[in-house]
Write a protein that binds this ligand. Sequence first.
Ligand SMILES: [Zn+2]
Length: 484
Amino acid sequence: MSAQTPPTLLKLAMQALLRDETLDMSALDKLPMVFFPALFKEALTGRHTTTVKAMVAAWPFPCLPVGALMKTPDLETFQAVLAGVDTWLQRKFHPRRGKLQVLDLRKKHHEFWSIWAGAEDGGCSAETTDEQQVVKVLPRYALRRRLKVVADLCFRPRADEEQRCFLQWAHQRKGSIQFCCPEMTIWAQPIHIMKEILNVFHPEHIRVFELNTHWNVFLLAAFAPCLGEMRNLHKLLLAPISTSVFKISNRTTDREDKCINKFISQFSRFNCLQHLSLKSVYFLRDRINQVLRCLTTPLETLSITYCHISQADLNYFSECSKLSELKHLDMKGVPLKALDLMPLRVLLENVADTLLSLDLKACRMKDSHLTVLIPALSKCSQLCKVNFYCNEFSMPILRDLLQHTANLSKMNLEKYPAPLECYDEFGYVSIERFVQLCAEQIDRLRVIRQPKCISFATHMCPRCGERCVYGMGSRLCLCQRRQR
Ligand SMILES: [Zn+2]
């Protein structure tokens, strides 16, 4: 549409309606439903707060996915939406059939708007769509007595104005509205505040829960019952905010043991967990097997990173039926040097038909460890992504690994450590040798398979803290760049 195209009748009608400051609910109740989405979008974009409020109260569709239109925060318009809900709650009679059942505040794309208000030139005209049709094609929501308000929440130490205003509003209306938070992320909140919030946003509606916390094991145990109530969780991420959190001495006290057991036992209450991510959770050493035994559903993602695991933990990997359909395994920063990797090999064999990504970066593996894994790796035919950066492999074993990847035709991102032969006796990298050896590896690989994105990286340079990378994203560390 060119800038010269005259506005359509619908557009003119909407502009006239928005200019009319006296537009009230009785007028809106008579407005054909099909006009609502486009008019609401205009009102919201133009910050016509009185109209926004009136339109929310008169909204004729079962769902109002307003968050999709409010990606840029605007407190005044947001408050107008909430005020509209209040008016809606106070209305004794709602004349429309498809009256509002769900207010969706999630700032995510929602196809409602592309269906009903996508076309600027009035793609949904009153002549072609009648109200009966409109109601029929909308998603069927179960008959609910209470209005449901859906919002994703991220709690940072300093809440933004919009969230603060929303939480206060929600707290005061928890008796009359059902609040749902499908995705909740927490950054360092006091436990009593979290308990208050979960009193409004009931844990059973949470599908994704991310807890970045500074709580110790005693506080985690106090929070455990809330976690256990998150029965419909699909994805759980637990990580301490600083590395000192959760760190306990080698011998835990009875009290600490009880707290940890109480926390872990909640994992048996998740009915549909698919993705589990535990980062730097030190107290899980020797207890990962306990966690896995508690699971009730097969995992798609297992991410245990930056912590120590025991041989007993690893042994259970090969037996655990809940890992048999794994798609993503991330063990970044888990030292494997002192462990027998045979159970990991068995796990990789078990998931050879499903595994899509494998991250064994910084696991401190040596040639002998990779030798154990290679036969299983060569069978993982679905693998698209591997990361072996920061392990200590020699040129012959890397060559062997790459030669065994002939069948991994789906691989589109592969990261390997620079071979040990690139370093001098003091651990400094020789750039010439690094470039030459990596180029040789890639040439040899090209004979059996066409790599898409492949790279080799050195350890972190002890002088500048950067790596040298060869292949995709080639670069030298800061000191090497200065030397050239
Ligand atoms: Zn450097």
